[in-house]
Design a protein around this ligand. Structure first.
Ligand SMILES: *Cc1c(COP(=O)(O)O)cnc(C)c1O
Length: 520
């Protein structure tokens, strides 16, 4: 048989339900796909290559002792291998992706078209400024609209992700405190903040002091004030927070932190919930990152490249990192070195000046939506989340009373005494064809289920999602635990040992001839 169909005839899937097994391990037309090295047939090749010419050894006698071990495959095998791998990838183009806190929304194709446009698509970051005036103008225009939307005077464009933006903001805060000649080593982080906030503060050498949430899922204002002191550098607060709630005490928090001599970092990754409705600058914040891949619909690319620009208040603007774009009579130019004057850049955050492809897509999104469209997008995102909340709260347990922002948070109280856990429930959703919501985050509630439908799902999709979750709730309450414990039943792999996968990852393949069947 063709070795690319199933692993050399061995059934691959788990054996939870032997009746459901196939000989090949394939399921319907979902085909098993071995590693490319396992498809290897030594000597097979898709192309005819001339023998390597004899060349003079210039490596001082360093010679390869054995073949490099590249797999030998025919061209159709290679095509099938990579096509099958691509089909294993579930993404927003495949279906609803209600992963709370991640804003998995549609990436308009217009953005993609413009990012590939001639001239923009083949820019090189080392081109002289004089040959990239349009690109620099584009960065400057996007910066202008980011400042306008947030009512902030400055923006650093180079950070490559939300968490990288946090690093940028906290480094600016550190630089500002150093210039004041002060020692402030403590950062206050509410429990309802995103996990990257305390991680960033710690990475910058601050100690993290947690502020409890109140019964309404917001920052406990009195607890926050009690923690203020002259060693506090900043508060890092997420708004809307990770419970999907708007922090109502923003102005009081801003006043209190400023009175104490600290800065106000706002995690603005969820700007998609408030864009066109609240301007963060009006709330008294000093810096905030904006995840272009969330609010402005750029792809969340498996690990990058992303963009997380950081808007800065007048107090922090001088410390923005290099490089940045300036515009004068001579045109646009990138400032690559500290030129003195008011600017006191804390340094450089990364190579080059940011992710151009993401800038193009974001500006395309802004300009194609217009001010009214952006406002509508945030309104629809909040409406969709509240539709889920309202349609599910009689069968699932909403964690906090009242409406939510862009995401709806439930805890596992509704599963009490059923024997079904949040994890089981999420796995059962996979069998129904839905990517699960975010699980067990935020940590402030037990067994969290955090759903973010975004503005780009149709009502029909939302209704099908709601009906599916309602059916699963009924099944859990009917005592049918086994279906949940077995889930997912219809995926190529069944329930995985996620702890083992995290603790003992198998990262390297080794040939069986080396004495091991699987890699360690
Ligand atoms: C997504 C998110 C982040 C992190 O952004 P990345 O681009 O993934 O680094 C930080 N804070 C909040 C509130 C988020 O939702």
């Amino acid at each position: 048989m063709d070795v690319s169909q199933g692993r050399k005839g061995q059934p691959m899937a788990g054996s939870i339900s032997p009746a459901g097994e196939t000989f090949t391990g394939n399921r319907a037309l979902h085909l098993e796909e071995p590693l490319i090295f396992e498809l290897d047939a030594q000597g097979r090749c898709g192309v005819d290559l001339d023998p390597a010419p004899a060349v003079q050894d210039r490596l001082g006698g360093l010679k390869r002792r054995a073949p490099v071990g590249l797999p030998g495959l025919s061209e159709p095998q290679v095509v099938r291998h990579f096509t099958r791998l691509s089909q294993k990838n579930y993404g927003i183009d495949s279906g609803m992706y209600p992963l709370g806190s991640c804003t998995m929304k549609h990436n308009p194709r217009l953005n993609e078209k413009l990012a590939r446009a001639k001239g923009l698509g083949d820019l090189h970051p080392m081109q002289p400024d004089s040959t990239a005036q349009g690109a620099l103008e584009l960065i400057d225009t996007l910066a202008h609209w980011l400042k306008t939307i947030t009512a902030m005077p400055a923006v650093a464009m180079s950070p490559a992700a939300g968490a990288h933006g946090e690093l940028c903001g906290m480094m600016a805060i550190k630089a500002a405190i150093d210039v004041r000649g002060e020692k402030r080593g403590r950062v206050l982080v509410p429990e309802s903040a995103h996990g990257t906030n305390p991680a960033t503060a710690a990475a910058c050498g601050f100690s993290v002091d947690s502020i409890p949430a109140n019964a309404r899922g917001r920052v406990d204002l009195d607890a926050f004030k009690a923690k203020l002191g002259d060693d506090v550098a900043a508060i890092m607060l997420t708004n809307p927070n990770t419970c999907g709630l708007f922090e109502n005490d923003m102005i009081a928090i801003a006043e209190a932190i400023h009175d104490a001599g600290g800065y106000f970092y706002c995690d603005g990754a969820n700007l998609n919930a408030i864009m066109g409705r609240v301007r963060p600058g009006d709330l008294g914040i000093d810096c905030m990152h904006i995840n272009l891949h969330k609010t402005f619909s750029t792809p969340h690319g498996g690990g990058g490249p992303g963009a997380g620009p950081v808007v800065l208040s007048a107090a922090l603007a001088p410390f923005a990192p290099l490089p940045y774009v300036v515009h004068d009579a001579a045109g646009y130019r990138l400032v690559e070195h500290d030129e003195g004057g008011d600017a006191q850049p804390f340094g450089r955050l990364k190579g080059y000046h940011g992710q151009m492809g993401m800038f193009i897509r974001s500006l395309a999104y802004m300009l194609s939506h217009g001010a009214d469209g952006l406002r509508r997008a945030s309104g629809d995102a909040v409406l969709s989340a509240n539709y889920l909340l309202a349609s599910l709260q009689d069968v699932m347990s909403a964690s906090f009373p009242g409406p939510c922002m862009h995401e709806a948070l439930f805890d596992d109280h509704f599963l009490k005494d059923t024997g079904v856990t949040t994890l089981d429930f999420a796995k059962a959703m996979i069998d129904e064809g839905f990517h699960p919501m975010t699980m067990y985050f935020p940590l402030v509630v037990h067994g969290a289920l955090l759903m973010e439908p975004t503005e780009s799902e149709s009502k029909e999709t939302l209704d099908q999602y709601i009906a599916t979750l309602r059916a699963l709730c009924a099944r859990a309450k009917s005592g049918d635990i086994q279906t949940f414990k077995d889930a997912p039943r219809f995926t190529p792999r069944r329930r995985l040992d996620e702890t083992a996968a995290a603790r003992k990852p198998v990262l390297r393949w080794k040939a069986e001839t080396e004495g091991t069947s699987a890699a360690q």
